[in-house]
Design a protein around this ligand. Structure first.
Ligand SMILES: [Zn+2]
Length: 217
């Protein structure tokens, strides 16, 4: 509601857009955390449409427009598209960090200088782990946190990363442990969507076969 002034889309509008583009799915999903959920949100599905990319990112950019910002920094991969568009709308340079040997790193000659004010942008935050890592990368270099913005807060406001934190939409995501999942009990087929392999294989569930190592760099 506080975003109403700067953003033309209501929560209902946003959910309608997410559903119509297939970004918000209903069913029985295994999340990257290993938990099961009746919903799955794949932000890339909505951001593939330039109209929505611009519209959604404008909601974030307008929130931070009054701030002094030197650079936008996002965690790859999900944050790259959103960060780039927010950075474009704010007219500041945009960088991303990526995992190298499992650790978030600045590569490709990207640099953050001491004293710079950095805005951190992500598409979807569930635990905030990746954003925290990227924030650490910048603050270790002496940069300041200008703010943190993302499209969807799946922690429903529980994750607090910065004083000036903004999300377009807070989603109250229902999750279940495997042993109490009513969808499992009802034999609803389980779908494991998304591009992110589970970093931690749970002890009980079957682990899908994965290739060891990442081809190419
Ligand atoms: Zn289940």
């Amino acid at each position: 509601m506080s975003a109403a002034l700067s953003h033309p889309l209501s929560k209902d509008d946003l959910i309608q857009i997410f559903k119509s583009t297939g970004a918000l799915l209903e069913g029985h999903f295994k999340l990257s955390s290993g938990l099961h959920s009746p919903n799955y949100f794949q932000c890339a599905k909505v951001l593939q449409h330039p109209k929505y990319l611009e519209q959604l990112c404008s909601g974030i950019a307008e929130h931070f427009r009054g701030e002094s910002i030197d650079a936008v920094l996002s965690p790859a991969i999900g944050g790259v598209v959103v960060g780039t568009e927010v950075g474009r709308q704010l007219g500041v340079r945009t960088l991303f960090a990526e995992r190298a040997d499992g650790v978030m790193s600045l590569r490709r000659g990207f640099e953050i200088a001491a004293g710079e004010r950095v805005l951190f942008i992500e598409d979807v935050v569930t635990t905030g782990g990746s954003v925290r890592e990227v924030m650490k990368l910048a603050t270790e270099r002496g940069a300041f946190v200008a703010g943190v913005g993302f499209i969807v807060d799946r922690s429903n406001g529980k994750v607090r990363l910065a004083e000036n934190q903004f999300s377009l939409l807070q989603l109250d995501v229902v999750t279940y442990q495997l042993d109490v999942c009513p969808l499992c009990a009802a034999d609803v087929p389980l779908v494991k969507p998304g591009s992110r392999p589970s970093p931690l294989a749970s002890s009980s569930s079957a682990v899908p076969t994965t290739q060891q190592g990442t081809p190419g760099v």
